[in-house]
Design a protein. Structure first.
Length: 653
């Protein structure tokens, strides 16, 4: 026990700033780690706090963060509704549920904050059943929908709605409220010249554009008292000509602090979603410089946010005085225990967020509850994900050490089984080893590093260079066989496909085939094709992608797809749509357009990237054994599917 205490003290010294107490006004927070507000779609359809919402925040809070900011809550119904399953705080009837939520957070020793928001012109009419309202009647969303301009009386009513919502939060025993003034929502719409074209006292000059935000702060103090802490999540940069730039953002921050804000949570304004929900290639902490600039101007705590994934990086931000708090959003979705593991010096056990944005796909594009590629428990009921020791210890054989197999091994071992993991290659990871070679996707190696640390610690027996057959299975005599053999490239039926200048994308990415200073044609415009194109184009190759259909990137997370296509454009990659490959020759590729036109273009190399097919031949040799198929050997899909199925299969054993 004494050694354990000593280790914790030592690591606290290592992260002395991260685990230092800090205040927001009169609220003492046990460390400088903040859980950033992330919508979950876990509230009830009418906005009540659900049991799953409470479980979600309890899990995160129990991991050791100092301040938990609950996702944006609706302050005015229905105009201010920002999603079909958004928590509501616009009526006293929601106080009881919010009280249970705040108490669940408090049980962990964390302080509870709730974000108050109004979407303004970004509201979805299908959800609100109303025309959106905004400072001015100018299109805000990409669809071009024109909102209705708010009257002065309506502006005052909304400011009062923020005040009344804060009083409800106070009654529900929340410690702080955060006002959402970024991300293109209503307050940001008033602050930004892009969306505020008003000619009255709420528009024009900076003084006019900040008037509504100041009014919101004033009403909060009027309803909840001068001493109730207010954090403002402020968009200080919009990366758009004519919008808010950091120089003006700093001034706005100072004015809001002078108006009574007790903390500034620095974020982005009305900019594209890619920059706010950074896909995988974005660098760790890339926008910390914005918080650093704001901190020079204000005398209240400044919170930074944006792709902070590792404790050493968070500590460095604080040590260098760039911020007073570090907000972790997706990082604590991937591993709620991040703070505790850092405190205990167990950083290698952290499941680092890879920025794959599976959580974004679920919430924003599919309108489903939040989920996570590396953490299969997120968004699910506690009863469905609790791991209990198995009543009978079994010998479990797992064939394939990709993400599905590794997770199945981890969970099986946690439940007390005797686990034997077989991999045909010389290391863990499966196709993650290839995918992580793509420019900007190095974070995928973090998944492998996590399991490489956890599996030996859990006593998993791992065998490399093993092509498993029935004889090998018979030798082990397992009670259960889990097949996680992944997928393999699908070969199209094209004349010349067996020529020596034709290779598979995985052979190129895996380094088996080196191509440089050549003309390359890639057949297939899905994820593998586009990433291989980027990889080859970055090595001085002239790359053309040929695709049968007009659509592209249907199998790619939308924000990453946008980023990837822009990178391909910069690299000069050409994409030919609606063409069918007729023949591959040693010096050219012949295609036919939809109009029947035959086109021939020079090509030194041809790369096949027509997707993957399940690799599950071993199943035919396993007659008589109880087996589970998981991951890509069942059907090629995403990392999320592989790890989730590995978790659930092992939970059932």
């Amino acid at each position: 026990m004494l050694n354990g205490v000593k280790n914790i003290m030592n690591i606290t010294d290592t992260y002395s700033k991260l685990f230092e107490h800090e205040y927001i006004r009169n609220v003492e927070i046990k460390n400088r780690i903040v859980f950033a507000p992330i919508s979950t779609n876990l509230a009830s359809i009418i906005g009540e706090v659900s049991e799953r919402l409470v479980q979600h925040y309890y899990r995160v809070a129990n991991g050791g963060a100092g301040l938990i900011i609950v996702e944006n809550a609706c302050v005015q119904f229905p105009e201010g509704r920002h999603g079909a399953a958004q928590p509501r705080i616009d009526s006293d009837e929601f106080i009881l549920g919010l009280y249970h939520l705040a108490q669940a957070i408090h049980q962990s020793g964390a302080k509870a904050c709730i974000e108050l928001a109004h979407p303004g012109g970004t509201a979805d009419p299908q959800v609100t059943k109303r025309q959106p309202v905004a400072p001015s009647s100018v299109p805000i969303k990409a669809e071009g929908l024109i909102p209705r301009e708010l009257t002065k009386d309506e502006i005052g009513e909304i400011a009062c709605a923020f005040g009344m919502a804060t009083l409800r939060a106070k009654k529900a025993l929340f410690d702080v409220v955060e006002v959402q003034a970024g991300h293109g929502l209503l307050i940001n719409q008033f602050l930004s010249p892009l969306t505020n074209r008003r000619k009255d006292e709420f528009g024009g000059s900076l003084d006019g554009r900040t008037r509504f935000a100041k009014m919101v702060i004033e009403k909060i103090k009027e309803y909840a008292g001068d001493d109730f802490p207010i954090s403002v999540r402020l968009g200080v940069e919009e990366f758009t000509e004519g919008g808010i730039a950091i120089n003006e953002g700093k001034v706005i921050a100072k004015e809001l602090v002078d108006a009574g804000a007790d903390a500034i949570h620095v974020t982005l304004g009305n900019t594209d979603r890619e920059k706010r929900l950074e896909p995988i290639p974005y660098l760790q902490g890339w926008r910390t410089y914005l918080a650093e600039q704001v901190k020079k101007e204000v005398n209240v705590p400044v919170i930074t946010v944006g792709v902070v994934r590792e404790p050493w990086f968070a500590e460095k931000i604080l040590e260098e005085g760039k911020a007073d708090f570090v907000a972790l959003g997706r990082a604590l979705i991937a591993d709620p225990e991040w703070p505790r593991k850092a405190l205990e010096g167990n950083e290698k056990a952290i499941r680092r967020c890879i920025s794959c944005n599976e959580c974004v796909v679920a919430r924003h594009y599919e309108e489903l509850p939040i989920r996570c590629s590396v953490n299969p428990r997120i968004g699910l009921d506690e009863k469905l994900t609790t791991l209990k020791k198995a009543k009978i210890r079994k010998k479990v054989m797992i064939i394939g050490a990709g993400p599905a197999g590794m997770e199945a091994a981890r969970v099986s071992a946690l439940r007390g089984h005797d686990v034997h993991l077989y991999e045909k290659n010389s290391k863990l990871g499966g196709t993650l080893n290839i995918a992580s070679i793509v420019p900007g996707k190095e974070k995928l190696k973090w998944i492998i590093e996590y399991y490489a640390y956890e599996l030996p610690k859990l006593g998993v027996h791992t065998y490399f260079g093993c092509n498993v057959n029935r004889k090998k299975v018979k030798e082990l005599r397992p009670d259960i066989v889990i097949v996680a053999t992944g997928a393999e490239p699908a070969a199209p039926t094209i004349m010349g496909v067996n020529n020596s200048n034709v290779v598979f994308a995985y052979d190129v990415l895996g380094g088996k085939v080196k191509i440089k200073n050549s003309k390359v044609t890639i057949i297939g415009g899905g994820l593998i094709g586009l990433e291989t194109a980027e990889f080859l184009a970055s090595k001085d190759n002239e790359v053309t992608i040929v695709k049968r259909y007009e659509t592209i990137s249907r199998d790619i997370e939308p924000l990453y797809a946008s980023y990837l296509l822009s990178e391909l454009k910069k690299l000069g990659v050409k994409i030919m749509f609606k063409v069918k490959v007729k023949e591959i020759r040693f010096d050219c590729v012949i295609v036919e357009s939809d109009e029947g036109r035959i086109i021939s273009f020079p090509s030194d190399w041809v790369v096949i990237a027509r997707g993957l097919k399940p690799s599950n031949r071993i199943v035919h040799e396993l007659k008589g054994y109880k087996i589970y198929l998981i991951g890509d050997c069942l059907k090629p899909r995403r990392i999320y599917n592989a790890i989730f199925e590995g978790f659930m299969a092992a939970r059932r054993i």
